[in-house]
Design a protein around this ligand. Structure first.
Ligand code: C2E
Ligand code: MG
Ligand code: MG
Ligand code: MG
Length: 288
């Protein structure tokens, strides 16, 4: 293939484009069908108090094992689901499953869900969430909604009133992946977030005294000043954990504590720790 030039190269290029398009089409079709068939399932990542190691809750992360395409990352299927207009339906299906799962966990445990900016553009978003909580008979106080800085580029006034009406019902709102977007600090002040999540890119390579540690310290004091507690994501080893423990109080999550797990694995873990409730009075089917 040393002399792939001129005309040949042009054909090769075209073929690659064609393959990419075919793959994209397969993904789109797969996602539509998958949403209908309920192929998307929640996995759960532990969120822990880093000082005591106490389990505080879980972040729900979408997983898709496509029968045709195999395991596909949410970093691929979420943006496509947004593009083709099925993200709200996908997200609602996942939340229903997550609330059902979480009702078997100790009620002190919270559940964090990621919400796409596309969902926030729906003027009925907060009403839909509250209705869903009611239908699933799940306490609003146990739900934490994670939104990213990219949501703040849209109309901040609209986002603020949405956040406020959810918060009035007890739902918590976290700012996810903080530090990677370009939200201004004044927006942060004007929006009533309950928590700031430091992006894992600063945490997973954290070392004593390096630039990352200065950024992380700065975010921690920003959070303290704004009275917004911190979650550090991407805690991959004990050294990082120790560094963070010296910086202050916070929640943490990451591969050190565990990879995201299926509902049944979570249930086994919680059963061992005595954090499973109500199995006796729930014989399999949805009690609500
Ligand atoms: P995110 O919300 O920032 O989620 C954290 C991601 O970091 C997850 O990847 C998680 O598996 C990964 N992670 C956790 N701990 C560590 C660690 O210690 N080291 C490293 N290197 N990675 C770690 P995942 O599950 O692939 O999700 C990627 C992104 O996809 C999420 O980022 C979130 O933005 C999006 N996403 C996932 N599920 C949903 C969903 O249901 N709805 C929406 N809208 N977005 C979702
Ligand atoms: Mg998140
Ligand atoms: Mg994040
Ligand atoms: Mg992320």
């Amino acid at each position: 293939h040393a002399k792939r030039q001129g005309k040949n190269r042009y054909y090769w290029f075209e073929e690659t484009m064609e393959n990419e398009l075919r793959f994209r089409n397969q993904l789109e079709r797969g996602i539509r069908i998958g949403v209908e068939k309920g192929e998307f399932v929640p996995h759960y990542e532990q969120q822990v108090d880093i000082a005591t190691g106490r389990l505080m809750g879980f972040e729900m992360l979408a997983r898709w094992n496509s029968p045709k395409l195999g395991m596909i990352s949410p970093e691929i299927f979420i943006p496509i689901a947004e593009d083709i207009g099925v993200i709200a339906e996908l997200s609602e299906g996942l939340m229903r499953q997550a609330f059902r799962d979480a009702k078997e966990w100790d009620p002190s445990l919270t559940i964090s869900v990621n919400i796409s900016p596309v969902q926030l553009r729906d003027p009925w978003f907060s009403q839909k969430i509250l209705k869903l909580l009611q239908e699933c008979n799940f306490p609003a106080q146990r739900l934490d909604i994670e939104i990213t800085e990219s949501c703040l580029h849209d109309n901040v006034g609209v986002v603020r009133s949405m956040i406020t009406s959810l918060k009035n019902q007890g739902v918590k709102i976290s700012l996810d992946d903080f530090g990677t977007g370009y939200s201004s600090l004044s927006q942060l002040r004007s929006l009533p977030f309950d928590r700031i999540k430091i992006d894992r890119s600063f945490v997973s390579e954290l070392k004593d005294e390096d630039a990352n540690s200065k950024i992380v310290s700065a975010i921690i004091s920003l959070g303290a000043g704004l009275e917004m507690p911190i979650t550090a994501e991407g805690i991959e080893d004990a050294t990082i954990l120790e560094t963070l423990q010296q910086m202050g109080e916070m929640k943490g999550q990451g591969y050190l504590y565990g990879r995201p797990e299926s509902a049944s694995d979570v249930r086994k873990r919680l059963e061992k720790e005595g954090l499973l409730v109500g199995i006796e009075d729930k014989p399999g089917t949805d009690p609500a």
